[in-house]
Write a protein that binds this ligand. Structure first.
Ligand code: GTP
Ligand code: MG
Length: 135
């Protein structure tokens, strides 16, 4: 069994999609082992998205992710990283199949409702940032 860090980003919270996302996680059979509503500060956001620090959209990304409350979850299950990425769909919501979270709910890359860790190395790093004392 493995763990992944899921974020329901500020657009998802603002649009009332928390229940929808959690429902999909639960119906898939994954288990929620930590969950918190919080507004990120810039340092936490930059640490979380450090791999994108040199990208042109980094400033926009940090501004957006700190703009309003998000929901952070630790989700556990067999191949949880890959399982949640499949539920989320592709980064570009327009290319994402209907039936996925992004395919059903989003149009813009910058506001694509959820984040999910992209590897077990990333999930270990990200879980430490969001829930430093819990795991
Ligand atoms: P996350 O689960 O959020 O990490 O998405 P991802 O792994 O599918 O994509 P990636 O890690 O490559 O990019 C992180 C986030 O940056 C994406 O989810 C987008 O919200 C945002 N992003 C990526 N590319 C662009 C871009 O070209 N413009 C803008 N504004 N945002 C982008
Ligand atoms: Mg990513």
């Amino acid at each position: 069994s493995e763990r992944t860090l899921v974020l329901i980003k500020p657009d998802g919270v603002r649009r009332g999609l928390v229940g929808d996302v959690i429902g999909r996680i639960e119906r898939k059979g994954l288990k929620i082992v930590a969950m918190e509503l919080r507004t990120l500060d810039a340092d936490t956001a930059k640490a979380h998205y450090a791999e994108h620090a040199e990208r042109a959209f980094f400033g926009e990304l940090v501004e957006f992710i700190t703009s309003a409350p998000l929901v952070a979850l630790v989700v556990e299950g067999p191949r949880a990283v890959e399982a949640f990425r499949a539920l989320a769909g592709l980064t570009d919501p327009v290319k994402s199949a209907p039936g996925t979270i992004r395919g059903d709910h989003a149009l813009e890359i910058g506001e694509n409702v959820v984040h999910g860790s992209d590897s077990t190395d990333s999930s270990a790093r990200e879980i430490k940032i969001f829930f430093p004392d819990r795991f």
